[in-house]
Design a protein. Sequence first.
Length: 254
Amino acid sequence: MADLAGLAQTVDDAARQASAIPQLTESAPLTPEQSYRIQALSVGRRLARGERRVGVKMGLTSRAKMIQVGVSEVIWGRLTDGMRIADGGTLERTRFVHPRIEPEVAFLLRRPLSGELSPVEALAAVEAVAPAMEVIDSRYRDFKFSLADVVADNCSSAAFVIGPWAAPSSDIANLGMLLEVDGRVVQVGSSAAILGHPLRSLVAAARLSGQAGEALDAGWIVLAGGATAAHPLAAGMSVRTVMQALGSVALRVA
Ligand code: OOG
Ligand code: MG
Protein backbone atom coordinates (compact mmCIF):
# COMPACT_ATOMS: atom_id res chain seq x y z
CA MET A 1 0.00 0.00 0.00
CA ALA A 2 1.57 3.30 -1.14
CA ASP A 3 2.05 5.97 1.55
CA LEU A 4 -0.10 8.61 -0.17
CA ALA A 5 0.25 11.17 2.63
CA GLY A 6 4.03 10.74 2.55
CA LEU A 7 4.09 11.22 -1.23
CA ALA A 8 1.88 14.31 -0.86
CA GLN A 9 4.42 15.74 1.56
CA THR A 10 7.22 14.95 -0.90
CA VAL A 11 5.62 16.97 -3.75
CA ASP A 12 4.51 19.75 -1.40
CA ASP A 13 8.02 20.09 0.10
CA ALA A 14 9.55 20.10 -3.39
CA ALA A 15 7.26 22.98 -4.38
CA ARG A 16 7.96 24.94 -1.21
CA GLN A 17 11.71 24.46 -1.44
CA ALA A 18 11.81 24.82 -5.24
CA SER A 19 13.90 21.68 -5.48
CA ALA A 20 13.49 19.07 -8.21
CA ILE A 21 12.62 15.51 -7.25
CA PRO A 22 12.61 12.18 -9.13
CA GLN A 23 9.24 11.10 -10.52
CA LEU A 24 7.16 9.34 -7.86
CA THR A 25 6.46 6.45 -10.24
CA GLU A 26 10.20 5.68 -10.42
CA SER A 27 9.77 4.12 -6.97
CA ALA A 28 6.32 2.54 -7.34
CA PRO A 29 3.45 2.62 -9.82
CA LEU A 30 0.42 4.78 -8.99
CA THR A 31 -3.16 4.40 -10.20
CA PRO A 32 -4.99 7.51 -11.43
CA GLU A 33 -7.10 7.41 -8.25
CA GLN A 34 -3.97 7.33 -6.08
CA SER A 35 -2.36 10.22 -7.95
CA TYR A 36 -5.48 12.41 -7.61
CA ARG A 37 -5.56 11.46 -3.91
CA ILE A 38 -1.93 12.58 -3.51
CA GLN A 39 -2.85 15.86 -5.23
CA ALA A 40 -5.79 16.41 -2.86
CA LEU A 41 -3.59 15.68 0.16
CA SER A 42 -0.79 17.99 -1.01
CA VAL A 43 -3.20 20.87 -1.70
CA GLY A 44 -4.73 20.07 1.71
CA ARG A 45 -1.34 20.87 3.23
CA ARG A 46 -1.47 24.30 1.57
CA LEU A 47 -4.97 24.89 2.94
CA ALA A 48 -3.78 23.85 6.40
CA ARG A 49 -1.11 26.57 6.12
CA GLY A 50 -3.84 29.16 5.53
CA GLU A 51 -4.23 29.24 1.76
CA ARG A 52 -7.76 29.37 0.39
CA ARG A 53 -9.17 27.30 -2.47
CA VAL A 54 -10.13 29.55 -5.39
CA GLY A 55 -10.77 27.23 -8.29
CA VAL A 56 -9.61 24.63 -10.76
CA LYS A 57 -7.04 24.48 -13.54
CA MET A 58 -7.53 22.28 -16.53
CA GLY A 59 -4.47 20.82 -18.21
CA LEU A 60 -3.55 19.26 -21.55
CA THR A 61 -6.68 20.54 -23.26
CA SER A 62 -4.78 21.50 -26.43
CA ARG A 63 -2.66 19.42 -28.80
CA ALA A 64 0.25 21.86 -28.45
CA LYS A 65 0.39 21.16 -24.70
CA MET A 66 -0.06 17.40 -25.06
CA ILE A 67 2.80 17.23 -27.56
CA GLN A 68 5.11 19.43 -25.44
CA VAL A 69 4.88 17.19 -22.37
CA GLY A 70 4.18 13.82 -24.02
CA VAL A 71 0.99 13.11 -22.05
CA SER A 72 -2.30 13.13 -23.95
CA GLU A 73 -5.06 13.05 -21.43
CA VAL A 74 -7.06 15.96 -20.02
CA ILE A 75 -6.10 16.51 -16.37
CA TRP A 76 -7.20 18.92 -13.64
CA GLY A 77 -5.66 20.52 -10.60
CA ARG A 78 -6.62 22.74 -7.68
CA LEU A 79 -5.93 26.50 -7.46
CA THR A 80 -5.37 28.43 -4.23
CA ASP A 81 -5.16 32.15 -3.54
CA GLY A 82 -1.47 31.71 -2.73
CA MET A 83 -0.82 31.01 -6.43
CA ARG A 84 -2.41 34.23 -7.68
CA ILE A 85 -0.32 37.15 -8.91
CA ALA A 86 -1.88 40.56 -9.60
CA ASP A 87 -2.09 41.61 -13.25
CA GLY A 88 1.16 43.45 -13.96
CA GLY A 89 2.67 41.95 -10.81
CA THR A 90 5.98 40.27 -10.14
CA LEU A 91 7.03 36.65 -9.87
CA GLU A 92 10.16 35.72 -7.93
CA ARG A 93 12.20 33.39 -10.14
CA THR A 94 13.97 31.84 -7.16
CA ARG A 95 10.71 30.47 -5.73
CA PHE A 96 10.44 28.02 -8.64
CA VAL A 97 12.39 25.08 -10.05
CA HIS A 98 12.15 25.68 -13.83
CA PRO A 99 9.03 27.78 -14.44
CA ARG A 100 7.28 28.11 -17.79
CA ILE A 101 4.39 30.35 -18.77
CA GLU A 102 1.41 29.78 -21.05
CA PRO A 103 -1.58 31.80 -22.27
CA GLU A 104 -4.94 30.66 -20.91
CA VAL A 105 -8.61 31.67 -20.88
CA ALA A 106 -10.13 32.09 -17.38
CA PHE A 107 -13.76 31.70 -16.35
CA LEU A 108 -15.29 33.22 -13.21
CA LEU A 109 -18.36 31.31 -11.97
CA ARG A 110 -21.49 32.98 -10.67
CA ARG A 111 -23.02 29.70 -9.50
CA PRO A 112 -21.91 26.18 -8.65
CA LEU A 113 -21.44 23.67 -11.48
CA SER A 114 -21.12 19.92 -11.34
CA GLY A 115 -21.77 16.79 -13.39
CA GLU A 116 -22.68 16.27 -17.02
CA LEU A 117 -23.52 19.58 -18.70
CA SER A 118 -23.83 21.00 -22.18
CA PRO A 119 -21.61 23.98 -23.09
CA VAL A 120 -24.74 26.18 -23.05
CA GLU A 121 -25.57 25.05 -19.49
CA ALA A 122 -21.99 25.68 -18.41
CA LEU A 123 -22.03 29.15 -19.97
CA ALA A 124 -25.14 30.04 -17.94
CA ALA A 125 -23.04 29.69 -14.77
CA VAL A 126 -20.28 32.00 -16.04
CA GLU A 127 -20.03 35.47 -14.51
CA ALA A 128 -17.11 36.64 -16.65
CA VAL A 129 -14.23 35.59 -18.90
CA ALA A 130 -10.69 36.95 -19.03
CA PRO A 131 -7.32 36.54 -20.70
CA ALA A 132 -4.97 34.82 -18.27
CA MET A 133 -1.57 33.20 -17.96
CA GLU A 134 -0.51 30.20 -15.95
CA VAL A 135 2.98 29.62 -14.60
CA ILE A 136 3.67 25.91 -14.50
CA ASP A 137 6.63 24.46 -12.68
CA SER A 138 6.90 20.70 -12.64
CA ARG A 139 8.58 19.63 -9.45
CA TYR A 140 10.11 16.70 -11.36
CA ARG A 141 13.65 16.71 -12.72
CA ASP A 142 13.97 17.97 -16.30
CA PHE A 143 10.22 18.80 -16.40
CA LYS A 144 9.62 15.11 -17.29
CA PHE A 145 6.71 13.07 -15.95
CA SER A 146 4.09 10.41 -16.57
CA LEU A 147 0.36 11.07 -16.31
CA ALA A 148 0.25 9.80 -12.71
CA ASP A 149 3.26 11.92 -11.70
CA VAL A 150 1.95 15.20 -13.13
CA VAL A 151 -1.49 14.68 -11.54
CA ALA A 152 0.09 13.99 -8.14
CA ASP A 153 2.10 17.22 -8.56
CA ASN A 154 -1.12 19.26 -8.90
CA CYS A 155 -0.65 19.30 -12.67
CA SER A 156 2.50 21.47 -12.38
CA SER A 157 0.48 24.46 -11.19
CA ALA A 158 2.61 27.16 -9.62
CA ALA A 159 1.04 30.59 -10.20
CA PHE A 160 -1.52 32.38 -12.34
CA VAL A 161 -2.45 35.91 -13.36
CA ILE A 162 -5.83 37.09 -14.62
CA GLY A 163 -6.44 40.07 -16.91
CA PRO A 164 -9.55 42.24 -17.21
CA TRP A 165 -12.86 40.40 -16.82
CA ALA A 166 -15.36 40.69 -19.70
CA ALA A 167 -19.04 39.79 -19.98
CA PRO A 168 -19.67 36.11 -20.73
CA SER A 169 -21.55 37.20 -23.85
CA SER A 170 -18.12 37.75 -25.47
CA ASP A 171 -17.63 35.23 -28.26
CA ILE A 172 -14.61 33.22 -27.12
CA ALA A 173 -14.79 30.39 -29.67
CA ASN A 174 -11.82 31.46 -31.79
CA LEU A 175 -9.83 34.31 -30.24
CA GLY A 176 -6.36 34.89 -31.59
CA MET A 177 -3.65 35.28 -28.94
CA LEU A 178 0.00 36.24 -28.73
CA LEU A 179 2.42 35.40 -25.94
CA GLU A 180 5.14 38.06 -25.82
CA VAL A 181 8.42 38.18 -23.91
CA ASP A 182 10.02 41.63 -23.72
CA GLY A 183 7.78 42.73 -26.59
CA ARG A 184 8.79 39.84 -28.86
CA VAL A 185 6.17 37.27 -29.88
CA VAL A 186 7.17 33.78 -28.68
CA GLN A 187 3.88 31.88 -29.18
CA VAL A 188 0.84 32.43 -31.40
CA GLY A 189 -2.43 30.60 -30.86
CA SER A 190 -6.19 30.57 -30.76
CA SER A 191 -8.73 29.78 -28.08
CA ALA A 192 -10.16 27.25 -30.55
CA ALA A 193 -7.11 25.09 -29.77
CA ILE A 194 -8.65 24.43 -26.33
CA LEU A 195 -10.77 21.33 -27.02
CA GLY A 196 -12.24 23.12 -30.05
CA HIS A 197 -13.87 25.71 -27.74
CA PRO A 198 -12.79 26.79 -24.23
CA LEU A 199 -16.28 26.15 -22.90
CA ARG A 200 -15.65 22.44 -23.48
CA SER A 201 -12.87 22.71 -20.94
CA LEU A 202 -15.30 24.19 -18.41
CA VAL A 203 -17.70 21.33 -19.14
CA ALA A 204 -14.85 18.86 -18.50
CA ALA A 205 -13.94 20.69 -15.28
CA ALA A 206 -17.50 20.34 -13.98
CA ARG A 207 -17.56 16.64 -14.85
CA LEU A 208 -14.12 15.69 -13.48
CA SER A 209 -14.32 17.81 -10.35
CA GLY A 210 -17.87 16.55 -9.78
CA GLN A 211 -16.66 12.95 -10.06
CA ALA A 212 -14.15 13.75 -7.32
CA GLY A 213 -17.01 14.97 -5.11
CA GLU A 214 -16.05 18.64 -5.45
CA ALA A 215 -18.61 20.76 -7.30
CA LEU A 216 -17.15 23.90 -8.87
CA ASP A 217 -18.21 26.69 -6.54
CA ALA A 218 -19.67 30.16 -7.11
CA GLY A 219 -16.83 32.69 -7.17
CA TRP A 220 -14.30 30.12 -8.37
CA ILE A 221 -11.92 30.59 -11.26
CA VAL A 222 -11.48 27.90 -13.89
CA LEU A 223 -8.39 28.05 -16.11
CA ALA A 224 -9.22 26.33 -19.38
CA GLY A 225 -5.69 25.12 -20.19
CA GLY A 226 -2.79 26.45 -22.25
CA ALA A 227 -3.67 27.17 -25.88
CA THR A 228 -0.02 27.02 -27.00
CA ALA A 229 3.16 25.34 -25.80
CA ALA A 230 4.58 26.93 -22.64
CA HIS A 231 7.62 29.25 -22.70
CA PRO A 232 10.51 29.04 -20.18
CA LEU A 233 10.82 31.97 -17.74
CA ALA A 234 14.04 33.68 -16.68
CA ALA A 235 14.70 36.55 -14.29
CA GLY A 236 14.26 39.97 -15.86
CA MET A 237 11.61 38.96 -18.41
CA SER A 238 8.44 40.97 -18.98
CA VAL A 239 5.69 38.66 -20.23
CA ARG A 240 2.38 39.59 -21.77
CA THR A 241 -0.49 37.78 -23.42
CA VAL A 242 -2.63 39.78 -25.82
CA MET A 243 -5.97 38.20 -26.63
CA GLN A 244 -8.29 39.31 -29.40
CA ALA A 245 -11.41 41.04 -28.00
CA LEU A 246 -10.42 40.40 -24.34
CA GLY A 247 -7.32 42.55 -23.97
CA SER A 248 -4.03 41.75 -22.29
CA VAL A 249 -2.51 40.40 -19.08
CA ALA A 250 1.07 40.77 -17.92
CA LEU A 251 3.69 39.91 -15.32
CA ARG A 252 7.38 40.50 -14.67
CA VAL A 253 9.96 38.00 -13.49
CA ALA A 254 12.28 39.30 -10.77
C1 OOG B 1 1.15 20.02 -17.15
C2 OOG B 1 0.08 21.03 -16.89
C3 OOG B 1 -0.68 21.36 -18.15
C4 OOG B 1 -2.07 23.13 -19.33
O1 OOG B 1 -2.52 24.27 -19.34
O2 OOG B 1 -2.20 22.35 -20.27
C5 OOG B 1 -1.33 22.70 -18.13
C6 OOG B 1 2.42 20.65 -17.67
O3 OOG B 1 2.43 21.14 -18.80
O4 OOG B 1 3.41 20.64 -16.93
O5 OOG B 1 -1.26 23.47 -17.21
MG1 MG C 1 -1.95 25.49 -17.80
